[in-house]
Design a protein around this ligand. Structure first.
Ligand code: GSH
Length: 219
């Protein structure tokens, strides 16, 4: 019997985009179900991710997996015959996981706080984001992708933030490319892959969603 794969997601979610890229890399067919978090959460989302109640959630043959990086690893393990994402070398694997965790701890919050704040606070968050992206640019070095010539786990983890760069830049009136030109060239290289270009949200749609979020939060 064929696998039943369902993804509970939100188009503009960077976390959801990671899972979409991973599934596309593997050529896995799935049913996409968009949640409307502006109005609430579906009972299926609450049932499938009762701890965090957040997207993305992958439902594979009725069993749920939550947390984007955990899902990407799961997808990599289950559909292991095509496009391996995590490096086979244990040290390189540990490094990829370290930097993916770094993205969640440093890039997400700094980025979000750029559009949520103003003045000095916003300036401090712009600096935090640039510092974090500069560290990642250093980790990339002169390689085509993180860790070498092959597109992999860390590329998936970071490229999902690329559609949000326009929102960070427009809200903070700065250019990420001015500070991290190599990283932008890497992101454009990733966009040359169909698995990425067809899975990422449109930056203008992300921006409009951010405006709705600001209204919702009253910021
Ligand atoms: N650490 C989680 C973060 C997921 C997350 O924050 N999802 C957001 C959408 S981008 C969400 O579902 N928010 C709903 C809420 O916070 O209640 C992951 O990597 O999957």
């Amino acid at each position: 019997m064929a696998d039943e794969v369902i993804l509970l997601d939100v188009d503009v979610s960077m976390f959801g985009m990671r899972v979409r890229v991973a599934l596309a890399e593997k050529g896995v067919e799935y049913e996409y179900r968009e949640e409307n978090l502006m109005v609430g959460k579906s009972s299926l989302l609450v049932e499938m991710n009762p701890v965090h109640k957040k997207v993305p959630v992958l439902i594979h043959n009725g069993k749920s997996v939550s947390e984007s990086l955990v899902i990407v690893e799961y997808v990599d393990e289950v559909w292991k015959d095509k496009s391996p994402l995590l490096p086979s070398d244990p040290y390189k694997r540990a490094q990829a996981r370290f930097w993916a965790d770094f993205i969640d701890k440093k890039v997400f919050d700094a980025g979000r706080l750029i559009w949520m704040t103003k003045g000095d606070e916003q300036e401090a968050n712009k600096k935090k984001l640039i510092d974090a992206l500069t560290s990642l640019e250093g980790e990339l070095g002169d390689e085509l992708y993180f860790g070498g010539d092959e597109f992999g786990f860390l590329d998936v983890a970071l490229v999902a933030f690329y559609p949000w760069f326009y929102t960070y830049e427009t809200s903070g009136n700065f250019s990420i490319g001015e500070h991290c030109p190599k990283l932008i060239r890497w992101a454009e290289r990733c966009m040359g892959r169909e698995s990425v270009s067809k899975s990422l949200a449109d930056p203008k749609t992300v921006y409009d969603y951010m405006l709705l979020l600001k209204k919702k939060y009253g910021v």
